[in-house]
Design a protein around this ligand. Sequence first.
Ligand code: BGC
Length: 918
Amino acid sequence: MATLNWKDYLAKAAEVNAEGAVLLTNNGVLPLDKNSETAVFGRIQLDYYKSGTGSGGMVNVDKVTGIVDGLLEAGAKLNEEVLKTYRDYVAEHPYDYGEGWGGEPWCQEEMPLDDALVKKAAETSNTAVCIIGRTAGEEQDNGVKAGSYLLTNGEKAMLRKVRDNFQKMVVLLNVGNIIDMGFIDEFSPDAVMYVWQGGMTGGTGSAKVLLGEVSPCGKLPDTIAYDITDYPSDKNFHDRDRNFYAEDIYVGYRYFETFAKDKVRFPFGFGLSYTKFEISAEGRKTESGAVITAKVKNIGNTAGKEVVQVYTEAPNGRLGKAARVLCGFEKTKLLAPNEEQTLTIEVTERDIASYDDSGVTGHAYAWVTEAGEYKFYAGSDVRSAKECFSFTQNDTKVIEQLEQALAPVMPFKRMVRTAEGLSFEDTPLSKVDEAARRLEYLPEEITFTGDKGIRTTDVFHGKNTLDEFIAQLDDNDLNCLVRGEGMCSPKVTPGTAAAFGGIAKHLEELGIPAGCCSDGPSGMRLDVGTKAFSLPNGTLIAATFNKPLITELFTYLGLEMRANKVDCLLGPGMNIHRHPLNGRNFEYFSEDPVLTGDMAAAELKGLHSQGVEGTIKHFCGNNQETNRHFLDSAVSERALREIYLRGFETAVKEGGARSVMTTYGKVNDLWTAGSFDLNTVILRKEWGFDGFTMTDWWANINDRGCAPDKNNFAAMVRAQNDVYMVCADGESGSDNVIAALADGRLTRAELQRSARNILSFMMSTHAMARKLGEDEAVEVINKPAETVDDGAGDRVFLLDGDLTIDMSGVKTERNLDYSFTVDVAQLGQYRMEMTASSTQSELAQMPVTVFSMGTAWGTFTWNGTGGKPVTFAVEEMPMFSRYTIFRLHFGLGGLDMDKIVFKKIRPAEGTGLSVEDI
Ligand code: BGC
């Protein structure tokens, strides 16, 4: 039996938290002196943001260690009066969850600071630590607004008062992505550190850095510019319908280092330490590229780690090149003062090549290295990295010849670097006949045999081939196999996002197991309320620049998934931080595709060591939340290949990814769920991907030029996007597929190809081992006992029309949960009424928070009602999953529940949400 030791898991995550903290300024105020008193300001000190919002943040945890908890647990001396004042304030101004999906506010209301309190605190406290918190997420981009990218007046007032009274002021940013740093000029803090959103152990790790147990060694995964309008994507980012990626390959530091060095406040890769390092690097040419060796010496007085980043500058030839491109990085071990270590960074020719999407080099649709001088820079950030080696190549070389794929269809101008500097040119457009290309790739049909008695066990044990098994599947079987079921399918672990594989009765009879998918990039989301581990967010993980450490952390997550019978995590999220306001940046890693790809590969390695899979998402171009279901990303083929696909390519080729999720939106005017070039040509033919691909949840699909349709499974299968996520019921197939088979728009062979992708993946999962009764159990030790009610699976109520659930007798003690499942016959919008009474005093407050599928839909507070029933209602509750799980969280006892009533308002269209819902 394998063992997951929760304590070790917590310790590993806290190590990651500490290594991901990025110290940007420090006038010697950090580390804090543990024995002298510190006053902590900012209400988020008690409501730590463990992650952003939406599916990537919905991990239920038993405890979140915020920054104050972390400091106290580490034995720091904190100003008690200030702490108590915040505690009282937070008790009276509880955390605001907002209402519904994407409804949580970007920040929580700040406590107005009393002058006298700050003044008095400064008399005894040596240093003030001010914490600013932010969240954002799915369906909710950040905004250039107070409370999001900008500070609120309340936060500014806090910083002003603290600055006026304290000699030493530290600002900590508990945020998902970078925010405006203008406050540095206004309030001159003595130290500023990004601690990001660190999951349930965030504060433990931050405390280690604040108190000097760990010397900071995190590096910025994004450039911090002076102004949001300085980012090259800013002009097009906000467009609701079509984002022209006019900045082309000049994303983040690639733009700033090439065209606008003076706009940078903190460069990519930057981060301070409590010690100092000397880096001396040299390089040499090899057959396959170059090797850089960097000697790193700790020349300070404290132990610490340093990151060596290697950048290349390719000759600005016929293809314009960015002045710097990251081509590799490594982190040292912990170096004691005077200790040194030599790091080796291998760079391949492909790492320094560019993609010619027009033929300007004479080699259209190829990765090329143009003739000229290749310079290499090594250092601890993009700006300070020094030239360490160069070589000259006499001729232009083709590194890899490909074919045009996924190119734009809309004309637009893109940024280029000419000999004179920044200019714009026409973006090369697609010349591909997609219908003809599909026919070229058409697979051969496996002749239908009917049931020959072959079961998956026979394939597993090598008695029969997979194709012999597939030959037995009729159209209906195949049609069911490309449907995922969810959310909260009772066929897999309760409260998860989807079941796929053997979810229809006949498929199950053939021995196909049901695979289980659960969100998300920073831990398992189990909507019944089951407690899981909440890991640091993607941006923090990237900031560690520490690949082996991330592999270790994800090995624990892999074990936890095994213990919960989860086969595919719906993460890592690996879209590029194209613009600081993207709401899901917190789930993603960086503005740089090399860092992104390497970090995703490191996570996958950890998961794979436990035989579970990570789903790399969102493939590709999911870089804005506003109007995400309909938004088109118009991107050049070069930018796609060098920036937006590059990380995915690394995750497939080096990380061995075997599960991919496409996006909600369009790339070059085609919804990705039906994009043949993306899913077949690039992913499978070019990269050699041999896993399976799923859509995002209730995604749109179309045929080029046609309207989107959630039921267009034929287009999905033709593209080789194998599974539609999610259908209310996996039992019955889609009419669309049968009709398309009948009129020749889809071939049986294409359905069989998806079946092969799904089933060959399934063979290697724990789901298969479970089916065979051969799965090794995982024992979880040292995990706090669960207090959660997990009865949702037993309490299932059929909602067909209206429904009344008798709630009398339900226990309502402090911090208790009550969960139940509603089996929704007709998906749609419902009104939910809750009736309860209380004989407590009129002043008693008994809050009940309603969660549906893990999302809070409001907190309703009953006072004493003199025993009379009082009803509260959620006016519009979308119920778009056949099995919709509800959880009521009781803040206090004393409430007598009576009933819950659901009334239908209007039905949803198609397989999932109606257009109005999204
Ligand atoms: C998100 C995905 C997520 C899925 C399932 C969608 O809204 O975009 O990233 O995995 O839901 O929860």
